[in-house]
Design a protein around this ligand. Structure first.
Ligand code: NAD
Length: 433
């Protein structure tokens, strides 16, 4: 059973402030990865729904939403943020059921969504143009204007956080949004849209069309009246989105994942660092773009870190999301198969430690036991590819130069972390990694 705000049905699209069935009359099953059961049906939106959503966004820009001043937009976002905070438990439960994310982590995402909206609400009237001294007789200034209709294609791993920073920023600057959540997990996107509507966001300022990427997502990213696209997801789809944006000559914002290093220097305070070293890799079952899945450790500490990480990984429990243990299931059996294929690629390595899958986890769930590999060569595929699962790799290094070289030996470049007691080393490394 799922509970949506104001009892809305999750199998509808929000278009022009109205919840309505998909134009094609087709639906998709949304699965609970904790046990494989069907949570509910969702709309299988198509280009007809995307067209209607873009039209309603255009109408909003020509109506109340386009007429709202920056300060009014800021106040509305702040109010939505407060409404989100009132619904934290409901949002967290939906996210846990839909994504398989342990309840506490899902709750933190709902709080982060509220915080993004609060932040952008405050920023709405503080993004200013410039006056430019050009030549006598000229008055030259820049005026910051909204793009117009913005498209937001969101993945399943952190729907609430990504909606907060993408849709929140776009609304703050006066754009009207069309949001396409992921087909694997879209309940909090739908719930958020209802919360925002209820909090007074004008009709059409935010429209939501659920459905498949190749259908609703492609229709949105190629639409001629969408003037900015924001996408978070896989590299392959990111390339398609960038091509579509180039075709329409519109700006695009892409966030496509990473293989982030955590570099542990010999002087690191291990008691402080260890919980972070573990959590940054297994949070959301490792399905995190900034997951620190490469743990680089200076040789003199290598044995101690490895011993303590083995202990920590061995104590991890994967369990149904509502049981709120360290790790939930992966989002889907498809994602589990991807992670298992990486584990097979590690057959030439010895597994240093593995957590357990709780007896309470049904076989029909998409569970993978948290797994740690030690002594991994930096060029091994486990150390090079984004696994998007609860898999950590320890890699040794000797000198600072070697740490920089290994950390940067990646085709990704999203995030990184340095553990050292020496601020000078930390700053120097941060500049180089
Ligand atoms: P994906 O890129 O296929 O999906 C992300 C979003 O894009 C979803 O909303 C999807 O419906 C949409 N989409 C898919 N095809 C599209 C198309 N042709 N046009 C427009 N939109 C489209 O990601 P995935 O299949 O869910 O995950 C696969 C891999 O991607 C993961 O294993 C992981 O490595 C990576 N990933 C990264 C992030 C991140 O935070 N950077 C998030 C999710 C997935």
């Amino acid at each position: 059973m799922i509970e949506m705000p104001n009892g809305i049905a999750p199998d509808q699209c929000l278009i022009g402030g109205q919840w309505r069935p998909p134009a094609g009359g087709e639906y998709l099953d949304l699965l609970n990865p904790s046990d494989g059961s069907t949570l509910c049906a969702i709309a299988r939106g198509t280009s007809a729904d995307v067209d209607a959503a873009v039209d309603s966004a255009k109408a909003a820009l020509n109506g109340d939403w386009g007429a709202a001043t920056a300060v009014e937009r800021g106040r509305i976002l702040t109010k939505i943020s407060q409404h989100v905070l009132k619904h934290v438990d409901l949002l967290a439960t939906l996210e846990a059921q839909d994504v398989g994310k342990p309840l506490t982590q899902a709750r933190n995402d709902a709080i982060a969504l509220a915080r993004y909206l609060e932040f952008y609400g405050g920023a709405a009237d503080k993004v200013h143009g410039q006056t430019i001294p050009y030549m006598e007789g000229y008055t030259v200034y820049t005026l910051r204007e909204p793009h117009g209709v913005t498209g937001h294609i969101v993945p399943w791993n952190y729907p609430m956080q990504i909606i907060g920073r993408s849709v929140g920023a776009a609304l703050a600057m006066g754009n009207a949004c069309v949001l396409k959540p992921a087909e694997e997990a879209c309940l909090t996107a739908l719930a958020f849209a209802e919360i925002a509507r209820d909090a007074g966001l004008p009709d059409g300022a935010l429209n939501v069309v659920s459905g498949l990427g190749a259908e609703a997502g492609a229709a949105l990213s190629t639409h001629k009246d969408v003037h900015h696209i924001s996408f978070t997801g896989s590299v392959g789809v990111g390339k398609l989105i960038q091509k579509a944006a180039a075709e329409n000559i519109v700006p695009v914002t892409l966030e496509l994942g990473g293989k982030s290093p955590q570099v542990v220097f010999a002087d690191a305070d291990l008691d402080a660092a260890l919980p972070f070293l573990v959590n940054a890799g297994i949070q959301n079952a490792g399905q995190t773009c900034s997951a620190s899945s490469r743990i680089l450790v200076q040789d003199s500490l290598l044995d101690e870190v490895t011993t303590r990480m083995i202990e920590a990984y061995g104590a991890l429990i994967a369990a149904p999301a509502l049981e709120d243990k360290h790790v939930g299931p992966l989002v889907s059996h498809r994602q589990k198969a991807i992670v298992n294929s990486f584990l097979e690629q590690g057959a030439d390595l010895t597994i240093a430690a593995q957590g357990v899958i709780s007896d309470s986890a049904p076989d029909t769930g998409a569970y993978v036991a948290p797994t740690l590999f030690a002594d991994v060569a930096p060029d091994h595929s486990l150390a090079q590819d984004e696994i998007f699962g609860p898999v950590g790799c320890i890699i040794g290094f000797d000198t600072d130069e070697e740490a920089v070289q290994i950390a940067n030996d990646s085709r990704y470049g999203l995030a990184g972390c340095i553990e050292t007691a020496d601020a000078a080393t930390g700053y120097a490394m941060a500049l180089n990694i």
